[in-house]
Design a protein around this ligand. Structure first.
Ligand SMILES: *Cc1c(COP(=O)(O)O)cnc(C)c1O
Length: 390
């Protein structure tokens, strides 16, 4: 997926849909930590958390071992549990919704807007009417890198805490405001296919000191102090006050994250430029329709998603196969969460629940987009689509 590979019938290099960029500075940063005293729970964690909080425009950031852990930690910090419900979007990676299952809460799916494929605030308003005060949280996803309309979602559910799944949107803005600041908490992932990587990793950006403290305890078994604070205090005593997990991010990873963060602004510009180039080139191909961008949104362009419409003459699966045959690593993000076997068999969800997302799911295609791509790579994809259409 994120590794170059060759397929049988061509010598053209494989173009993956996403790929990390790791350079000698990154390698040196990790090496330095390897030769230091703290491989984990050390000073690089604090440094990365401060840098990420600043990047997000929030008071604090809590580093954790993955984006999935970030969502679990955030759900737990809000105290979500059995009997609680939370509004989620179907068009996302399963982790955005699984976090509710981890804490015993129930997902309530709000269908998406047909143009942007972001959680539709009108559906949120309807669900608030039907479910009332059982709804204890909302988890919108900044799909493909575009921030959701958080103002409208908040307006539809006044007082309900919002956890943004911002795994696609670091660096995005809405009405000039940064993606990390639009909800009560914002969760990020540092998986290699995302904007910057720590191999595996994640973080929650937050303003509330209480929530940040609760999340730091939860990521460390529910214990009230960590290894380094005990070492500094010359004490051995600790107390586990609640049930938590080991969701810590290592100093090796935080050093990599800090080094990567220094390059993120340039990468964001490059993603934006390549997305614009795609939009220009694809405008000439009938039946290939990019996602709508909201008027005041400035997306971070994690994914470049198009819909293959009936006018194209071939369906999405056919286009996917023909791109793959040309060594172009298209992908599909995502199968709607409620249509996965586990959600159908164990939780009783059925197809037909979110018709807009389900119809879109048959047409969406993710085209390669990552900062190391050349302009010619984009031209190659657009040209392939033109030829496939015939
Ligand atoms: C990547 C991703 C996650 C999970 O992140 P991991 O770091 O892989 O655990 C969650 N939500 C969305 C929308 C993602 O893209």
């Amino acid at each position: 997926m994120t590794h170059p590979q060759r397929e049988h019938n061509t010598d053209i290099p494989f173009l993956p849909y996403g790929r990390q960029a790791v350079d000698d500075d990154d390698r040196r940063a990790v090496w330095e930590v390897l030769t230091s005293d703290w491989l984990t729970t050390g000073p690089k964690v604090d440094e990365f958390e401060r840098a990420w909080a600043e990047f997000c425009g929030r008071r604090d950031a809590v580093a954790v071992s993955s984006g999935t852990a970030a969502l679990h930690v955030a759900a737990a910090a809000l105290g979500l549990g059995p009997g609680d419900e939370a509004i989620v979007t179907p068009l996302t990676f399963v982790a955005s919704v699984n976090c509710l299952l981890y804490v015993g809460a129930k997902p309530v799916f709000a269908d998406v807007d047909p143009g942007t494929l972001l959680m539709d605030p009108r559906r949120v308003a309807e669900l608030m009417q039907m479910h009332g005060d059982r709804i204890k949280a909302i988890i919108p996803v900044d799909y493909a890198g575009q921030p959701c309309d958080y103002d409208a979602i908040r307006g539809a559910a006044p007082g309900v805490p919002i956890i943004a799944d911002a795994c696609h949107s670091p660096g995005a803005r809405d009405k000039g405001r940064k993606a990390g600041t639009l909800a009560d908490m914002a969760c990020f992932s540092f998986h290699p296919v995302k904007h910057l990587t720590t191999a595996e990793g994640g973080a929650i950006a937050v303003d509330s000191p209480e929530l940040a403290a609760r999340m730091r305890v939860f990521r460390n078994h529910g214990i009230d102090s960590d290894h380094r604070s005990r070492a500094n205090a010359g004490s051995w005593f600790y107390d586990m006050q609640s049930l938590g997990f080991n969701y810590r991010l290592t100093d090796l990873q935080c050093a990599l994250g800090l080094s990567q963060l220094g390059k993120l602004a340039v990468w964001l510009e490059r993603r934006k430029y390549l997305a614009k180039l795609y939009t220009e080139l694809l405008a000439e191909i009938v039946g290939v329709e990019p996602l709508a961008v909201r008027a005041e949104a400035d997306p971070a362009w994690h994914l470049y998603v198009v819909r293959i419409r009936p006018e194209f003459g071939k369906d999405r699966d056919r286009v996917f196969d023909e791109l793959r045959r040309r060594n172009i690593g298209a992908n599909v993000h995502y199968r709607p969460v409620h249509t996965h076997s586990y959600y159908r068999k164990n939780l009783g969800f059925r197809e037909g629940l979110c018709p807009v997302a389900e119809a879109a799911a048959n047409e969406i295609l993710t085209l390669p987009l990552w900062p190391g791509m050349d302009d010619d790579d984009v031209r190659r994809v657009a040209d392939a689509l033109l030829r496939i259409r015939g």
